[in-house]
Write a protein that binds this ligand. Structure first.
Ligand code: FE2
Length: 293
């Protein structure tokens, strides 16, 4: 069985029009990413959802995409060994993980995004020969590239072990005081999920969306700020994953991240174990010209 990607995130929210506008401003059309993943917004009292793990609007279910119906059958058999699994009319599976987050699986429905970024020039490379850049325009997030969930410290080994031992996720960076970065077995991103125990409570931390370029990370968040949304973390580049990032507070719960240039890894990557938490970022944008151009 191969879990390839995040297929859908389900947020239960108190103001669906406002949250819809948030994701439209973020750059999503029809609440879908370029590769066809869905952001589903439902009322807080939507029947059939798992109980919330924190107050207020929050992420209630992550549905993972798999590569075949056979993979879905295998997952169902594995999960039914120790938990109840609901099968919806569309064949998708729904259950809970060890923390109580809604956990679903569905056969992936992949669409091909249009990526118009012409590439970057550098010493010895001319990817953008005779091609000046156009004004950036609106950003179109290509895909949900990872989800970060907060989990309680107590029971964290069990919570992480469920994904690693039962679902085949690969631990890429184990940060002992903080959490475990892992990738879905069919994905090459350095992490597709982070289970973070540092806050010692369950809830959504953030969801991250890959955009085509560094420029889009900057421009996407600029547009959000211009439209009244609040920045949560200024431009920087993470230490773990190496991705460029900007974060925005989300009315659906937690934060959302624009991400670009994340590390890609394969099965030759050896899990790194950090006894101490590495610095959060390689750099962040510094300025002493506030209010000036
Ligand atoms: Fe992230």
């Amino acid at each position: 069985m191969t879990i390839t990607r995040i297929e859908r995130v389900v947020y239960a929210v108190d103001d669906i029009p406002r949250c819809t506008r948030f994701f439209e401003d973020f750059g999503l059309q029809g609440l879908r990413t370029g590769v066809g993943q869905e952001i589903r917004l439902v009322p807080m009292d939507e029947p059939g959802l798992p109980a919330p793990l924190e107050d207020g609007p929050t992420l209630r279910e992550v549905v993972w995409g798999v590569d075949s119906p056979e993979a879905l059958d295998e997952l169902r058999a594995e999960l039914e060994r120790d938990r109840e699994v609901r099968v919806d009319e569309d064949g998708s599976l729904h259950t809970l993980d060890e923390t109580g987050f809604g956990l679903g699986f569905a056969v992936q429905q992949v669409t091909e995004p249009v990526v118009e970024y012409p590439g970057t020039n550098g010493f010895g490379t001319k990817a953008r020969l005779n091609t000046p850049l156009d004004p950036p325009g609106r950003v179109s997030p290509l895909r949900i590239c990872h989800v970060a969930l907060n989990i309680p410290k107590q029971g964290r080994e069990r919570a992480v072990g469920f994904y690693l031992d039962r679902l085949g996720f690969k631990a890429t960076d184990v940060v002992e005081p903080m959490g475990v970065f892992m990738r879905a077995p069919g994905d090459a991103d350095q992490h597709t999920m982070l289970l973070c125990h540092r806050p010692d409570r369950a809830g959504v931390n953030h969801t991250a969306y890959e955009v085509a370029s560094f420029d889009d990370v900057v421009n996407g968040a600029n547009f959000m700020i211009e439209n009244g949304w609040r920045e949560a973390r200024k431009l920087g580049r993470h230490t773990i994953g190496s991705n460029v990032f900007r974060f925005v507070h989300a009315p659906c719960g937690g934060r959302v991240e624009y991400a670009a240039d994340m590390d890609r890894v394969d099965d030759t990557w050896e899990t790194r174990v950090h006894a101490e938490t590495p610095p959060h970022h390689l750099w962040t944008l510094q300025s002493n010209r506030d209010g000036e151009n």
